[in-house]
Design a binder for this molecule. Structure first.
Ligand SMILES: [Zn+2]
Length: 295
């Protein structure tokens, strides 16, 4: 998608991540499927149809485009729809294989009738709608460990007790006006590995056991990393790896299918972000390989 020079959105990380995972053999080419634009009817299962229509047609007000943070273009919309499609496809693959992921997505700042924070449509919400239309995910559980609150996701499911939304995020970071997830865990700027992992140990498994989910969606943003320009937490690569290992192990111990999506990562250098995202998918690969083979 076209971006003005110097725009902070790290568009180049997506291709770089895919190439690195293939080069390392974390995934083989046959396991990587090209996404396509999600049908409008899918988007309308989670979003206000009038918002979908305006977003597709370029009818955003200047203020809406400013909040979104991306200049409107047909390619921007196609890309947003493809990110949704990838998460939906990966969610169904997770039903079959136990673990699957989207090398994009995690668009947790998109609300029912508006987008913000680089997120036009909410991929997790559309994936849940699609799973449910097929008779799955009666009690989904969203683990959102991006450094920013999953505010759109929280608002979308605020009235639905069958969906558990867990968000770990930095208290003082964007979005300044927080929504209410089912469980919000707020961290102070500068929190490091030990604090983050201690809170994860304290909250994740008890929340899973309380909700008794049948499907997990993991927003594995890596902007909590110490080299991130936006995150301001101080997680190391080892800390993020320990985080991911805990999430996949908790799902594995309960026999829960899990779909993982990218989320934020704005490192300087960008290589540290790509490495952090790659680590998420190495952990996903290992978790996938521990599951019984699908027949
Ligand atoms: Zn983020």
């Amino acid at each position: 998608m076209p971006l003005p020079p110097g725009h902070p959105f790290p568009i180049e990380k997506y291709r770089a991540l895919r190439e690195q995972l293939l080069a390392e053999g974390v995934v083989v080419p046959a396991e990587v499927a090209l996404s396509e634009p999600a049908p409008v009817s899918w988007l309308e299962q989670a979003h206000d149809p009038s918002w979908v229509a305006r977003a597709l047609a370029g009818g955003l007000a200047r203020e809406e485009e400013r909040r979104l943070g991306l200049p409107w273009s047909p390619a921007m919309v196609t890309r947003a729809r493809a990110a949704v499609f990838g998460t939906v496809e990966a969610a169904f693959a997770a039903l079959e294989h136990g673990v699957a992921g989207n090398l994009a997505g995690g668009t947790h700042h998109a609300f029912f009738d508006r987008g913000e924070g680089y997120c036009l449509f909410n991929d997790h919400a559309v994936a849940i709608a699609r799973l449910r239309a097929a008779g799955h995910a009666a009690r989904p559980f969203i683990v959102d460990l991006d450094v920013h609150q999953g505010n759109g996701t929280a608002a979308l499911f605020a009235g639905d007790p069958t969906v558990f939304t867990l968000s770990f995020h930095a208290r003082a970071n964007y979005p300044l006006r927080k929504e209410r997830s089912r469980l919000d865990v707020e961290l102070e700027d500068g929190s490091g590995d030990a604090t983050f992992l201690g809170l994860l140990d304290h909250h994740l498994e008890p929340a899973l056991d309380r909700h008794a989910p049948d499907f997990v969606l993991y927003q594995a943003g890596v902007d909590a990393h110490e080299h991130d320009r936006l995150g301001r937490l101080r997680l190391s690569h080892a800390g993020l790896a320990a985080r991911d290992a805990r999430v996949f192990a908790a799902c594995e111990a309960r026999g829960l299918p899990v779909v993982v999506t990218l989320g934020g990562g704005y490192g300087r250098p960008l290589e540290s972000t790509i490495e952090a995202h790659a680590q998420v998918f190495r952990a996903a690969r290992a978790a996938r390989d521990r599951r019984p083979a699908a027949c």
